[in-house]
Design a protein around this ligand. Sequence first.
Ligand code: GDP
Length: 194
Amino acid sequence: MIITSAEYIKSFPSIKGFDLPELSAIAFIGRSNAGKSSLINHLLNRKKLVKTSSTPGKTQLLNFFLINKAFYFVDLPGYGFANVPVEVKMGWQAMIQDFLRLYPHLRLIVQLMDLRHPPTREDQEFYHLLSENRWPSLVVANKSDKVKNNSLKRSLTAMQSCLHLRKPPLMHSALKKTGKEAIWEDIKDHLQRD
Ligand code: GDP
């Protein structure tokens, strides 16, 4: 994918009561620290367009980036709520579910996981939310550089069977800068669907 422009547009605290952008959108979500910011920056050939996500529990916003003046990337606040009050977790859930249910331009949700570990309970819960609602999703297994070559296939198969995926997740490494072509193919495919 040739990126001619990528710019931060605006952040919204909620889908409700705001005039959200009207072009097709691809959303990104994952556990904090899985590498979501690094993945988006890699896809866009930018070093620091998306800043490292803040601690869960801080301001949680839907962050819109306009790509090639044609579609949006939406960086969703990450999950991973070991030390946050239950109200924060519930606020996050309501915000994300409203976004997924009510935002009509969403074409694909890219869910990022860490290939080094089996999907966490929250990874699994979020993936099941997507699949139960038949929202189009793509699981990306990040930090593949941290897994030894002879264990890659096993780690991918474990992730696939844990989540009951039809296909293995797509591998990605922001460190080694590998795996983005296949992710772009999937994104382009969903942007072309109506
Ligand atoms: P986010 O919280 O999901 O947005 O995660 P970040 O993109 O900020 O990354 C969290 C940490 O993981 C940072 O220290 C990154 O440098 C590191 N990281 C992200 N992607 C990779 C990767 O593919 N391989 C390795 N080894 N580290 C990564």
